[in-house]
Design a protein around this ligand. Structure first.
Ligand code: GRF
Length: 197
């Protein structure tokens, strides 16, 4: 089996990224994670990636004059490393249509809600305030609409009486770390277009 050269994009602590790296240590996992990129140089996930022996780059978005200029640098790094598939894991940049269309079918994201509910930010607070009984996380294909692509897989978590957004986020994160490795494997197996030429 030829494993698919995969990059993980992060902005912060990288716990989802670490779960993906763990899963990809298995020789039969379909994604080979060969690159981690953060748009924030101080992201804790960069050190975790280096400790795991994976190439880790910071491409600081504040050093670019436009969203697309940053994305062109990111795209160039992905191509330099012959990346075929990209997993966003706590990557806090909205992507333009330029990048999205370039990587469509090879680009997935994890979002901490039961999509299509609660796209965007503050998902757990919004679910609690709405009186929902359940929250969760979703892995989805990335399209131009933020958090709008088809869902690949989800995990559901019960909301408890008196739950705070922080307590709920911690329980959802435990499920994210199970969900993302499973969903990335499924996504890589069904990727929708040929690798980047
Ligand atoms: C996760 O909850 C993810 O769903 C959200 O941001 C958080 C990232 O956490 N988009 P980590 O960097 O993977 O620890």
């Amino acid at each position: 089996m030829k494993r698919v050269r995969t990059a993980v994009l992060i902005s912060g602590r990288g716990s989802n990224m670490a779960a993906l790296l763990d899963a990809a240590n298995a020789p039969d996992y379909p994604a080979d994670i060969v690159l981690v990129v953060s748009n924030r140089p101080g992201a804790g996930g960069l050190d975790k990636a280096k400790a795991a022996g994976v190439t880790a780059l910071a491409i600081d978005h504040t050093g670019y004059g436009s969203r697309e200029a940053f994305e062109r640098a990111l795209d160039a790094a992905l191509r330099d490393h012959h990346i075929e598939f990209v997993a966003c894991a706590g990557f806090m940049r909205v992507l333009t249509e330029w990048f999205g269309s370039r990587w469509e079918g090879r680009l997935v994201n994890i979002h901490p809600s039961l999509l299509p509910n609660y796209k965007g930010l503050h998902t757990h607070r919004r679910a609690i305030e709405a009186g929902d009984t359940h929250a969760g996380a979703s892995v989805h294909w990335v399209v131009t609409e933020v958090d709008g692509g088809d869902v690949i897989d989800r995990e559901t978590v019960a909301i408890r009486p008196g739950d705070t957004p922080e307590a709920l986020a911690a329980r959802v994160l435990e499920r994210e770390l199970v969900l993302y490795p499973r969903a990335l494997a499924a996504a890589v197996r069904q990727r929708r277009v040929n690798p980047v030429s």
